[in-house]
Write a protein that binds this ligand. Structure first.
Ligand code: C5P
Length: 222
């Protein structure tokens, strides 16, 4: 960290946690994201003097001090809430947003019937918050994505970096011990649109958050 942090006074928008896509009033499609990484980024950015808005999916984490939090549930709600917060200097998309959601949530609980062996749900693509932010007229100076992958981590991450027109992407391997969604620790491989590549960690997510913010701060104009 330099004497005057480039994040000082910057507007930093962070998304974190999973999204829940309702099937009916009692069931939903969710994922294993704990929100820890995004909350750690929000907390670290606020400590470094940024003005931080955190759009959070359904998680059980306390709001970091000095952070403005907006709670949402679904990918559609997160999309609306995040875009409503523009303009911002930095967007960090740490949320694990559902790629597909039920076309329509049933208004009553879906009942199984005698002899029924299968149930089909029609899922439709959700809108990509990160890609929409990166192509927005009010695009933040830095747009940072996350990529949780089980395999081909670098190739998939670099593909997303390019397709979604990001500045940085932080990739991590999920489904391994000592890292990933529910863990307090992680290892991030951060790839830049400028061709850069850095491995951060293994380290606690709080430490990784500051290391990631160092990479972001170094790319913000003075
Ligand atoms: O394509 P994939 O979902 O793996 O990309 C992950 C990145 O994209 C994360 O930064 C996530 O927050 C973002 N994303 C999004 N909106 C979606 C799906 C993913 O912002 N609908």
């Amino acid at each position: 960290m330099s004497a005057v942090d480039a994040l000082q006074g910057r507007r930093v928008l962070v998304s974190a946690g999973p999204t829940f896509e309702d099937i009916d009033p009692v069931r939903f499609i969710g994922n294993r994201s704990s929100g820890k990484m995004g909350f750690a980024v929000a907390q670290a950015a606020a400590r470094r003097g940024a003005r931080v808005v955190l759009v959070a999916g359904p998680v059980s984490l306390p709001t970091p001090e000095g952070v403005t939090r907006i709670d949402v549930r679904s990918a559609a709600q997160m999309h609306e809430a995040v875009l409503a917060q523009l303009p911002a200097d930095v967007y960090v998309g740490a949320a694990a947003v559902a790629d597909f959601a039920p076309a329509q949530a049933a208004s009553n609980k879906i009942k199984k019937t005698a002899g029924q062996d299968t149930l089909s749900l029609t899922l439709v693509r959700t809108r990509d918050i990160l890609a929409d932010i990166a192509m927005h007229a009010q695009r933040p100076r830095l747009v940072v994505g996350f990529a949780a992958e089980t395999d081909h981590v670098e190739a998939y991450a670099r593909g997303k970096l390019e397709n979604k027109r990001l500045d940085l992407i932080a990739a991590n391997r999920v489904g391994v011990e000592g890292g990933g969604f529910e863990s307090d620790d992680n290892t991030l491989a951060v790839y830049g649109a400028d061709g850069s590549a850095q491995v951060l960690g293994p380290a606690p997510k709080t430490v990784l958050a500051d290391a990631l913010l160092d990479l972001i701060a170094a790319r913000l104009p003075g």
